[in-house]
Design a protein around this ligand. Structure first.
Ligand SMILES: *Cc1c(COP(=O)(O)O)cnc(C)c1O
Length: 432
């Protein structure tokens, strides 16, 4: 078996089956010839894997799915049109039919909004915990209707690290899957499945694509969770779409797909009916981005640490939130899970008022004012007004996000230029 860096360049693509094209071709086609009526029947029923319609599967996307599953150490993956589609589909598929989810309060803004205010409209509710690393608090939130535990491996924007292994053990003792949003570290820095996570989701828009030029998301299944143990009746229910009506063979996702029931249900029910399909062109851009993931991240992580250390000593900075700093309170967890670093974002709190914050943001010349992360360009944003704006104020306070916080995403520029840019922006913000 080849290593991560080699798989990031090659895995999942068969040149010989693609006219020996060196680069994965973009299959820009809505549909595929099903060849024979018998094969069409098998494809439609999920008995044979293959291509018939690009809302369900496409060869360009298939290469990306295989590569991402391999890089995360999973059994199978389904790519979708954005990170939020991946988060929403994974959580809805687990909690479908009126279930509850347990999640920490300090997660991505749109995820909090979905869990706190939107999913309840569909009968799915969330029990938020303040500290996902406190086993007593998490255990006390588990109820008969709980269907999954969800957390970010590294929280955006606090970079707080989740202690994945004991959380997975706790979840499994209660018959629950652990779903991890691994967007911030990417599989290069951390692989949650190695520590017991059952499902991993990503916004591939971020570090995986790496250039801020294509939206995408993915759901990856470790293929280990037993969906028939009791809490998830949606997997043992008979489903028409995969049953064989003519021969009178009823099937459920668990009876047909075993431990891959979850990921097959994501494709066959969620992507096929909600339709949040990744475009083959975006899949191509993400495959290209993946090729350079290890080298980009090594460089960006080193620059992020450099900048965090510089900010740490700045007279107008009250707090730096970067768990990669040597004296961070989570040092032991970071050493255990993140030997190559926690990621390429950090946040910090400045003194002064909104005028100072606005002037600081508006004065940067190398940093760009953008709401995404994981770009080759360095980015600056004020989470309270932008990325976490939709989060109800009470949740934002519990998550520790204030109006004086700034988030940086560090790219590939020379770190000395980035520090000089911040330095001149601070001067403009406080003396201008
Ligand atoms: C950006 C992000 C998402 C959402 O991804 P999109 O591709 O923007 O839909 C989800 N989770 C985390 C941690 C993110 O940073």
């Amino acid at each position: 078996m080849t290593t991560f860096d080699t798989n990031a360049v090659h895995y999942g693509y068969d040149r010989a089956a693609n006219a020996n094209a060196a680069s994965v071709p973009i299959y820009s086609t809505a549909a595929f010839d099903m060849e024979s009526a018998a094969r069409g029947d098998r494809l439609a029923g999920g008995e044979e894997l293959g291509f018939s319609y690009s809302r369900v599967a496409n060869p360009t996307i298939d290469a990306l799915e295989k590569r991402l599953a391999a890089l995360e150490g999973g059994q199978a993956a389904v790519a979708v049109s954005s990170g939020m589609a991946a988060v929403s589909f994974a959580l809805l598929a687990a909690a479908e039919g009126g279930g509850r989810i347990i999640a920490p309060i300090d997660i991505y803004g749109a995820s909090v909004d979905a869990l706190a205010t939107f999913f309840p409209q569909f009968g799915i509710h969330t029990d938020f915990v303040d500290d996902i690393n406190d086993p007593d608090e998490v255990a006390s939130a588990i109820r008969p209707e709980t269907r999954a535990i969800f957390a970010e491996s590294v929280a955006n924007p606090s970079t707080r690290v989740t202690d994945v292994q004991p959380l997975a053990d706790l979840a499994h003792r209660h018959g629950l899957p652990l779903i991890i949003d691994n967007t911030v570290p990417t599989p290069y820095l951390f692989r949650p499945i190695e520590f017991g996570a059952d499902i991993v989701v990503h916004s591939t828009t971020k570090g995986i694509c790496g250039h801020g030029n294509a939206l995408g998301g993915v759901v990856i299944d470790a293929g280990r969770f037993d969906w028939t143990a009791g809490r998830h009746p949606q997997f043992t229910r008979i489903e028409q779409v995969i049953s064989d009506e003519r021969r009178g063979i009823p099937r459920s996702f668990a009876s047909l797909f075993g431990n891959l029931a979850f990921i097959r249900r994501i494709r066959t029910k969620y992507v096929r009916t909600f339709g949040a399909v990744l475009s083959p062109f975006n899949a191509y851009q993400q495959l290209i981005g993946l090729e350079t993931l290890p080298v980009r991240l090594d460089r960006e992580v080193a620059s992020t640490l450099n900048i965090a250390q510089w900010l740490n000593g700045h007279p107008h900075v009250e707090e730096v939130h970067y768990t990669g700093l040597p004296d961070d309170a989570q040092r032991a967890l970071v050493d255990r899970y993140y030997p190559k670093g926690v990621g390429t974002i950090l946040s910090f709190r400045i003194d002064g008022d909104r005028e100072n914050l606005y002037r600081l943001i508006d004065s940067t010349k190398v940093f760009t004012y953008l709401p995404n992360i994981g770009d080759a360009k360095s980015l600056i944003v004020d989470p309270a007004r932008i990325t976490h704006r939709e989060v109800p104020g009470e949740y934002r306070r519990r998550a520790g996000i204030t109006d004086s916080d700034i988030r940086l995403s560090i790219g590939l520029e020379d770190p000395a230029d980035l520090i000089a840019d911040l330095d001149q922006a601070f001067r403009a913000a406080y003396h201008g």
